[in-house]
Design a protein around this ligand. Structure first.
Ligand SMILES: *Cc1c(COP(=O)(O)O)cnc(C)c1O
Length: 399
């Protein structure tokens, strides 16, 4: 599996063709969904084309793995039943006493996996603001195995300098893992910047239609691939062929979707800055964003996520999120449809308020996953929801 198939052309071309071939038997242009758990062998222990059992390998999954490897400029890809299953496989390589330097505002589920599962196995974690490269360098210990970061982060959209982090980590022979879920390989390719492994929740932008849960790891070093492949098969958190097919279908339009996500998000972010009820707008594409210059250098677009703070606190944020009609009130992100959520009440409710506030996560924060609907309809929807949030605030003041 070291040779990537159809790994030619530019990003948009590879998104559609890499890893994919018309069916050799009947010419079907789309990769078939190989609904099979097992494969006929020509003789005992002589599987045809290497396929033996579908936990180990399945041709639909192979096509997706090759496709993702190509898009992230990697040499290999491995797919999992969720983003967290991918993170789990990475952690399975570690031994008691090993150490990980991790970003301080990681995806909540990743933090839960680290603190509630792997700490029990004697793996140690130090959380640092990975935007601060010196803090990363200081946190690295002899037994550190990974520097694990997200950029942009969720929901504050802070940016870390992947090349600078990779430089200090590599000086100490440590691997850098970047969760590239928010940016996608269309906007940011961590392996090209020096990272060693890229992780994805394929559930988000790569799937793109909120209809599948899956994850992936992509890298360049075949020794690491060999180890991870062992854990992928031994632990067994692999996606079924239908899930692999759905992600592959989503990826074909990734470039088109990301262009529109970025345009819509930029327009909405700029409009929000003009609204009196909005205290603060967080979007890496705004020049007011503290890491705007770094985002501009590192990414080819600023993504579809926008966060903003309402002056009325959590009551106003909850009122806004309940009043939208096109933006659906839901967790998750990255689909064609727009979603809205209130981190303090929903995705980040399990973090104690004092820690949330120390991280700069205001109670009145609203997070938008801006979809690809017409931007004027999205702005109109936000306008009427802001009016509702304002009435709630005015009522509170009267009480
Ligand atoms: C959703 C998400 C994950 C976890 O992925 P699942 O597919 O839900 O398991 C990891 N990282 C980020 C940044 C995410 O948004």
């Amino acid at each position: 599996m070291s040779e990537l198939k159809n790994n030619h052309g530019r990003f948009e071309t590879r998104a559609i063709h890499a890893g994919q071939e018309s069916d050799p038997q009947n010419g079907a242009v789309m990769t078939p969904v190989y609904f099979t758990s097992t494969y006929k062998q020509d003789a005992p222990a002589k599987p045809r084309q290497g396929y033996e059992y579908s936990r180990t390998t399945n041709p639909t999954r192979t096509a997706l793995e090759q496709n993702l490897a190509s898009l992230e400029s990697g040499a290999w890809g491995l797919c999992f039943s969720s983003g967290l299953a991918a993170t789990n496989a990475l952690m399975d390589r570690l031994l008691p006493g090993d150490h990980v330097v991790a970003g301080s505002d990681l995806y909540g589920g990743t933090y839960r996996l680290f603190s509630k599962v792997f700490e029990r196995y004697g793996i140690r974690f130090t959380y640092v603001d990975t935007h601060d490269v010196q803090a990363v360098e200081r946190a690295i210990e002899e037994k550190t195995r990974y520097v694990y970061l997200e950029t942009p982060t969720n929901p504050l959209l802070r940016i870390s300098d992947i090349a600078a982090v990779a430089k200090v980590a590599h000086q100490k022979n440590k691997l850098v893992v970047v969760d590239n879920t928010f940016a996608t390989p269309y906007l940011q390719r961590p392996l090209e910047l020096g990272a060693d492994i890229v992780l994805h929740s394929l559930t988000k932008y790569l799937g793109g239609h909120s209809d599948v849960v899956a994850g992936a790891l992509i890298g360049r070093d075949f020794a690491i691939q060999k180890e991870l492949t062992f854990f992928q098969n031994a632990v067994g958190g692999t996606p079924g062929p239908m899930d692999a097919f759905l992600v592959m279908r989503g990826v074909k339009t990734l470039a088109l979707r990301m262009e529109r996500h970025c345009l819509n998000a930029q327009k909405i972010a700029q409009w929000l800055t003009t609204e009196p009820l909005v205290a603060n707008v967080i979007y890496p594409g705004l020049t007011s964003h503290p890491h705007h210059a770094l985002a501009k250098r590192q990414m080819s677009g600023f993504g579809g996520m926008v966060s903003f703070e309402l002056k009325g606190g959590v009551a106003a944020a909850d009122a806004f999120a309940s009043a939208t009609q096109i933006f659906t009130l839901a967790e998750s992100l990255g689909g064609v449809e727009s979603l809205v959520e209130v981190p303090a009440s929903m995705t980040h409710a399990s973090i104690p308020a004092s820690i949330r506030h120390a991280q700069g996560l205001a109670d009145g924060l609203v997070r938008l996953s801006v979809g690809v609907e017409h931007v004027d309809d999205l702005i109109d929807d936000c306008k009427q929801a802001l009016a509702v949030a304002q009435r709630v605030g005015a009522q509170k003041q009267r009480v």
